[in-house]
Design a protein around this ligand. Structure first.
Ligand code: ZN
Length: 594
């Protein structure tokens, strides 16, 4: 394109660092003559919750030439600008003080934003190419810019690599799928099968071993690229960008990630990242590499292979699909699997992580009430809006979805003498829906239909898994891993931990100096005794309980079946309950038989 081609022009300025405000100007050469409607998305793809990003817009005004135009708010997300003949200019400010991967954050140390938080969508003009002029904050000429958004090379004012200036996107959908980090982060680049990757770490991280992280992440990237494209080894993001960017915000205690078509935004804890000169591999670092593996896998699986419900996204409302168990569950299965396939963790460590997932799923009575297909559909109002009763009421399409993926993989391997596997299913999904997703005309970008999985798996492997999907995915049956893992030489043992104290059947949390019941498990001792979430524990058998009490130690003096007296405050009322202690739940351990 050139600057004469019809396009949307956005200018973004980190205007008020201490007040956390971005100032944005959107210029539209040919606005809707009936009055241009603009909006901000209600949600960000990948995070299935209505967030109403428009609520962070503080001021919004519009003009054409020197003439101010009336602005009318139509609903929670949309504005309509009065009709005008010439070029429409909309100026607005966005408050950016949410330290998460989902919105925007700005202060004296850095700026981060997702397009869904800052770029107005001009209705009817979403197909136009976009130019984005990222301006530097006045006080910080030393800041650099990190994004997978391509520079508008060839145009006057184009950014040079890592610089401020003009960037480009083919349409609005692309513009909001390349988050931007700016500041003075620690950066390292590497090539994976010839494609450029960049690791960006924001935050105070003394002696970070950047080259170790780069070597390990590179191994994951190369393995996944070769997995999906064994012949060409072509990285998936080259259809949209010249590089893939991992942007990580590092704090004392955060964890999370959000996938995009050519980048990912991550949150990690400082203590999970390796210190220069220390070659040990901590559990925290394995967790970080698992997160990297998870988000990178999404580059294929959910950013290109998508549920039909997401092709295209409707940014104004919830997009329901019963398939998140495929997109998040399979991704959760493959994330750790790629760590063991690349040799970054041992098989024993992998089996330990798998056992943890199995135990996590088995603690929740909610898995007998909700299937992972239902959990996918209701993600917006249930999985993303969890409360103290969630373990009793819902199941995770991530954790049980990963077990279903494992169960399907083992079923296929057993039925085909290990000649076919879930890998063949991923290959067919990629070939049919993903590989040329962004190469197609936007109207022709289709996704995986809701009911397609059983037939697709049969096509890819020759194995009919219809009954398994009906039971584990559409129904609430546990995945029978003990019998499925045995032929692969993996033994599943369910054992009560030795010397484990009996339990109350509830989890607790600290609240000031008090210890409070968090979740009361359905049909557990606390539930049977009449206790409730939110009850403040005062004493067990006359012994005082505080936030610092070690309940395990206290309860280890008792046998399961013995009755203890619990004093609790419910609101400001002191109440007394007799509770029959239960044995600690059994936990699963996995080991190789030979
Ligand atoms: Zn995910």
């Amino acid at each position: 394109m050139n600057t004469q081609t019809p396009h949307l022009h956005y200018r973004l300025l980190p205007a008020d660092l201490s007040g956390h405000r971005f100032q944005i100007t959107l210029t539209i050469a040919q606005p809707d003559p009936e009055g241009q409607v603009v909006s901000l998305p209600a949600w960000i793809p990948g995070s299935y919750l209505i967030r109403d990003f428009a609520r962070q817009v503080e001021t919004l005004s519009a003009r054409s030439g020197r003439r101010a135009l009336a602005v009318e708010k139509l609903d929670s997300q949309r504005w309509r600008i009065a009709p005008c003949k010439g070029t429409l200019v909309i100026e607005y400010t966005v408050y950016a003080w949410d330290l998460s991967v989902r919105s925007a954050h700005l202060d004296e140390t850095h700026g981060f934003f997702n397009g869904t938080s800052v770029f107005l969508q001009p209705h009817g003009l979403e197909h136009l190419p976009c130019l984005l002029d990222i301006r530097p904050p006045e006080q910080h000429s030393d800041w650099s810019v990190h994004t997978s958004l391509p520079e508008a090379t060839g145009l006057p004012g184009a950014a040079v690599r890592h610089g401020f200036g003009l960037y480009r996107a083919p349409d609005y959908d692309a513009l909001i799928d390349h988050p931007v980090e700016m500041g003075t982060p620690q950066v390292i680049t590497f090539q994976a099968h010839g494609a450029e990757h960049e690791l960006v770490f924001t935050g105070v991280i003394p002696n970070l071993d950047l080259s170790r992280v780069a070597a390990d992440v590179r191994a994951i990237c190369e393995a996944q690229i070769a997995f999906f494209e064994p012949e060409s080894k072509r990285a998936p993001f080259l259809d949209s960008a010249e590089r893939y960017v991992f942007m990580t915000m590092v704090t004392g205690s955060d964890y999370g990630g959000l996938e995009h078509r050519a980048s990912t935004a991550l949150m990690a804890s400082r203590s999970d990242l390796p210190v220069f000169g220390d070659r040990r591999q901590s559990e925290g670092y394995r967790t970080f590499l698992g997160l990297v593996s998870h988000e990178y896998f999404h580059t294929w699986h959910v950013k290109r292979i998508k549920p039909a419900a997401f092709a295209p996204y409707d940014l104004a409302r919830e997009n329901h699909t019963r398939l998140l168990w495929v997109f998040e569950g399979f991704t959760s299965y493959y994330d750790d699997l790629f760590l063991v396939r690349t040799g970054l963790i041992t098989e024993a460590q992998y089996l330990e992580m798998l056992a943890k997932t199995i135990n996590q799923v088995q603690t929740g009575p909610g898995r007998f009430k909700q299937s992972i297909a239902q959990s996918s559909f209701d993600a917006w109002t249930r999985f993303y809006k969890q409360d103290e009763n969630s373990p009793n009421a819902i199941v995770s399409y991530y954790a049980k979805g990963a077990l279903a993926a494992l169960g399907l993989d083992l079923t296929i391997r057993q039925a085909t003498g290990n000649s076919r596997s879930l890998d063949d299913v991923m290959a067919l999904l990629w070939q049919r829906y993903g590989r040329d997703f962004y190469a197609r005309d936007p109207q022709a970008r289709n996704g995986l239909p809701e009911a397609a999985m059983p037939a697709l798996i049969q096509e890819a492997t020759g194995v009919d898994v219809g009954a398994a999907i009906a039971a584990w995915v559409e129904g609430t049956a546990d995945v029978p891993l003990e019998e499925l893992l045995a032929p692969q030489g993996i033994r599943v043992e369910s054992k009560r931990p030795e010397h484990a104290a009996p339990v109350l059947g509830a989890t607790t949390r600290k609240q000031g100096s008090d210890l409070v019941l968090r979740t009361v498990y359905e049909q557990g001792p606390a539930h049977e005794a009449g206790l409730s979430a939110g009850d403040v524990l005062v004493a067990i058998d006359g012994l005082r309980v505080t936030a610092d009490s070690k309940l395990d130690e206290l309860l280890s003096r008792y046998q399961s079946g013995q009755t203890v007296t619990l004093h609790v405050f419910r609101r400001d009322e002191l109440r007394r309950f007799a509770l029959a202690l239960a044995a600690a739940p059994v936990a699963v351990k996995l080991s190789r038989t030979e």
